[in-house]
Design a protein around this ligand. Structure first.
Ligand SMILES: CC(C)(COP(=O)(O)OP(=O)(O)OC[C@H]1O[C@@H](n2cnc3c(N)ncnc32)[C@H](O)[C@@H]1OP(=O)(O)O)[C@@H](O)C(=O)NCCC(=O)NCCS
Length: 230
């Protein structure tokens, strides 16, 4: 598949995934992130321990009216991520990892939460607060190599939160963050029968190319600001 259409079209197409938004702070980030403020509120005071500018954090409302929060993955999310994984259907696990996975090992959990928000970025979508907080979706990208302009991304949404626009929103956020960090291409490996994910990427309007191998579609989406094809 090759979609022609520029990234501005892509951004507006992805915006349709949300019904509304709530602003979550009084100060707003500028630059690439500010272009997305119609979608997700950003808190300027949010910074990672590393000192790097944190990813956006804020509230949003999904298509069915559910209020969710989107924030950066934190090191102390390990247990909540484990619980979220355990709730996933075998089908969703298979589609996310492209093979069966029984449980997330401590090593995998450590890697998922070990992020520098430059080469490795992770977002969670949550509902509830404090001890009642539940992670209902996770999205991440990892650069192919340190400072590379290409990164691989993946998204998983809890089965009972699917089809509400969560992945559409998270992909939009990943794209905004990746752009702000100089990434020009986002790549995904999707099972060829995973029409849900293929549709999410297609609907994003990002100019993309696909290749297939052993039942897996590799999609490379250009997210840079230059014209598609350059
Ligand atoms: C693939 C996956 C991430 C999609 O997540 P999701 O939150 O359900 O996706 P969205 O809700 O944003 O979009 C999917 C549905 O919403 C619909 N939708 C999304 N945005 C829409 C919009 N703006 N207007 C109308 N419909 C819309 C889509 O048509 C689709 O519905 P359909 O399949 O009935 O046609 C999720 O199914 C999942 O976690 N699967 C298991 C893991 C996985 O496959 N990950 C991908 C590996 S990279």
């Amino acid at each position: 598949m090759t979609n022609d259409g520029d990234v501005h079209h892509a951004a507006s197409a992805m915006r349709r995934g949300l019904v509304a938004l709530r602003r979550a702070g009084r100060q707003w980030l500028h630059g690439a992130a500010s272009r997305m403020r119609g979608v997700l509120a950003l808190r300027a005071d949010a910074r990672e321990a590393s000192g790097r500018l944190a990813v956006p954090a804020g509230n949003a409302i999904l298509r069915d009216g559910t209020v969710v929060q989107v924030r950066a993955v934190r090191p102390d999310d390990t247990e909540k991520l484990r619980v979220a994984f355990e709730r996933l259907s075998a089908r969703s696990v298979y589609r996310r990892f492209l093979h069966p996975v029984k449980a997330l090992s401590p090593e995998v959990l450590r890697r998922i939460t070990d992020l520098d928000f430059h080469d490795r970025v992770g977002l969670v979508m949550t509902v509830g607060v404090g001890a009642g907080e539940r992670l209902v979706a996770e999205a991440r990208f990892v650069r192919d190599a340190p400072d590379s302009e290409r990164a691989e991304f993946a998204i998983v949404v809890a089965d009972d939160y699917q089809n509400r626009g969560a992945a559409t929103l998270l992909l939009q956020e990943l794209v905004a963050i990746a752009r702000s960090r100089g990434i020009r291409e986002l790549c995904a490996h999707v099972l060829e029968d995973n029409t849900d994910m293929l549709d999410v990427i297609r609907r994003s309007g990002l100019p993309s190319t696909q290749s297939r191998e052993d039942g897996v579609v590799r999609i490379v989406s250009r997210i840079g600001r230059t014209s598609p094809g350059r």
